[in-house]
Design a protein around this ligand. Sequence first.
Ligand SMILES: Cc1ncc(COP(=O)(O)O)c(C=O)c1O
Length: 360
Amino acid sequence: MAIEFGQRIRRIPSYPLAGGYDLGADVAMLASNESCFRPAAGVVEAAARALANAHRYPDPSYAPLRGALAERYGIPRERIALGNGSCDLLLAAGEALLEPGAEVVYAWPAFSVYPHLAAASGARAVTVALDDEDRHDLDAIADEITVATRLVLVCNPNNPTSTSVGIDAIAAFMERVPRHVCVILDEAYCEFALALGDTYASLELLHRWPNIVILRTFSKAYGLAGLRVGYALCGSEDFRAAVDQVRQPFYLNAAAQAAGAEALRHQDEVERRVTHVVAARAQLTDGLRELGLWVADSDANFIWTHLPEECVEADVLSGLAARRVLVRAGGSLGRERALRVTTGTDAENARFLAAIAELV
Ligand SMILES: Cc1ncc(COP(=O)(O)O)c(C=O)c1O
């Protein structure tokens, strides 16, 4: 007899994983919004030093990383949640806040992990269409908040569409959200979001609304996707306490903690990466627009383009793969006939542009 699993296992959608790991070297990996640059040498050394003590459990208070974040952002340590990637905090938030009868509201398409939260908890997912420029429609999201709403997810800049909405618009939105509803402002790409100002700009929201949580990651601008380090700056201590309660005690390994704390000391490196990404996204955007394609105004480390009517998305994807370029199909992210392309090195971007010119 087959093992009998819980009902929710059938409801939880599978995360659209990137392929191509078997293609060997010389592939332009533009499918997962990673950094094309390796971590700084000092960061690798810090992780290696932590590995030498791997016979011990990690520091369960996560003091060095929590302290470094507290100092950088001027937020008390008790209001900083850490996670095994920011995905870990998203899933923990779903577990802590949602249950059958509750609702979670978010725009769609947005980050592929969001549907998991409702499916795993039995809550109802309420999705709201993006506007004509593939940006969040915050008014429409606020209109969907009901007595059953426990959680609202706002992805800014939005993955997969790369667009952002201003902090003023988010503040106006927060005015409409009841104080008992948790709003997670997912800022995985905030370091690249020049339209939003610097990475301190959204922190003022924390001082005004205790129900907001700013979710961030070391996976993108800090280039530590393989180590899995995420954090949340919380408007109140309650969120941190709740997500810690639903998880195992050692959710962040020692090498990841050490690398994260060290990476914060290399802001010059982060700035260099951001400068590269800003130039690269302009290169990709201009190149695609010259081909006549619609491209969203990107504020992230990737771009989002709609394919012309006559194109078959799967053919474009396989044509790109045959030219050793991997990008993400819009169909797997919530919108058919679109592509999400991560910024790569200058050579990778040029390879993508040459390949796509042959295919559309
Ligand atoms: C919007 C958004 N949020 C969160 C994450 C999760 O990042 P990580 O778990 O690597 O911190 C991602 C990853 O792609 C993302 O795009």
